[in-house]
Design a protein around this ligand. Structure first.
Ligand code: BTN
Length: 334
């Protein structure tokens, strides 16, 4: 079992871009010098570049681009979201792992992170493409104390928090495509998959699965989605990769804030943001709601979170959970 706290502590001690002697490290960490050396070798195996000099000690030269739990912990500014986490190099799907974990009654806010998913799930049985190291894919386990009819709005909460976090990190505000995608310059940069577990209308857990395209180049996407998908870096034409860790830290903070606010004070603030920064409202859409497929104009988001679509004859329909595709692609920027 890896000791996250010890690893984080050693990295903190090496964080000042200066040599630290083995003796100093040993004293501060309460271990022998050879135990320190063992820790350093462990870190090197994980991709950290650490120089060892016979008289000067150790120097941390470079960190790997990994979302290791101790690195995530260093960015956490939350009370409960992400305070417990699991980290994997590779998983079939973080949502699937979350479902297994639920059987062990995990605390609210448990985070499951994977560098890569081999069968990431999207909505409606689709796949979510999640290669290693260039995006983020993770799931959060929540236990919202809300009546069942309020639950769909939590997808909006998650999307709004992500739009805000991306704005902080990349200084551009992605639009919310009702109810669970984020779009930037007409391309999908993120998808959210919410799954519920519980019995007889009583919710026990809500799993919030989030996929974000961050540093992909266009060729990194499978051909069939290359036209529609984009990453923050490719869309914004930024040379330097975005820090996945910084974005994750900001997102978890925004999410905790938005979620706590919604549970305490209702969804008004979330809905106002969705309406103001919507990729859907005012646009022509095609709705697939399980029973039928129809087209119309998205005209309103109701207070209960549903989307109202009006067809050419002026007939209105409410969408609560269907799939909504934008017809005039890409949608105009608001
Ligand atoms: C969609 O756009 O259809 C939703 C995509 C959700 C993808 C995320 S990645 C992390 C989590 N684990 C999964 O298997 N899916 C979600």
């Amino acid at each position: 079992m890896h000791n996250y706290t010890m690893t984080g502590f050693l990295l903190d001690l090496l964080a000042n871009e200066a040599y630290v002697s083995g003796e100093d490290l040993a004293t501060k960490m309460g271990m022998t010098r050879s135990a320190v050396w063992k820790q350093v070798k462990g870190l090197r195996k994980l991709g950290y570049k650490i120089e060892a000099h016979p008289s000067k000690g150790y120097l941390l030269v470079e960190k790997p681009d990994r979302i290791y739990p101790w690195e995530v912990m260093g960015k956490l500014e939350t009370e409960f979201i992400g305070r417990k986490m699991e980290y994997y190099d590779e998983l079939p799907s973080t949502n699937q792992r979350a479902k297994e974990l639920i059987l062990t009654s995990p605390p609210e806010g448990t985070l499951i992170l994977a560098e890569k998913q081999t069968s990431g799930k999207g909505r409606l049985g689709r796949a979510w493409f999640s290669p290693a190291g260039i995006g983020l894919c993770f799931s959060l386990i929540l236990k919202p104390q809300l009546p069942p009819n309020e639950l769909p709005k939590l997808t909006l909460v998650a999307a709004v928090a992500l739009s805000k976090a991306i704005y902080q990190e990349a200084h551009r505000r992605p639009l919310v495509k009702w109810p669970n995608d984020l779009y930037l310059e007409g391309r999908k940069v993120s998808g959210i998959l919410t799954e519920l577990s519980g019995e007889m209308g009583r919710l026990e857990y809500l799993i919030l699965g989030v996929g974000i395209n961050i540093n992909q180049e266009s060729v990194d996407f499978p051909e069939e989605i290359r036209e529609k998908a984009g990453s923050l870096r490719s869309i914004l034409g930024q040379k330097k990769p975005f820090s996945r860790l910084d974005l994750l830290g900001k997102y978890l903070k925004q999410l905790e804030e938005e979620y706590t606010n919604a549970i305490r004070s209702g969804f008004e603030r979330t809905l106002t943001y969705c309406r103001r920064h919507s990729a859907t409202l005012g646009n022509r859409v095609e709705v697939t709601d399980g029973r039928r497929v129809y087209q119309g104009k998205a005209i309103r988001i109701e207070d209960h979170g549903g989307l109202v679509v009006e067809d050419e004859e002026g007939k209105q329909a409410q969408v609560i959970s269907g799939d909504v595709n934008l017809i005039d692609f890409p949608p105009p920027e608001h």
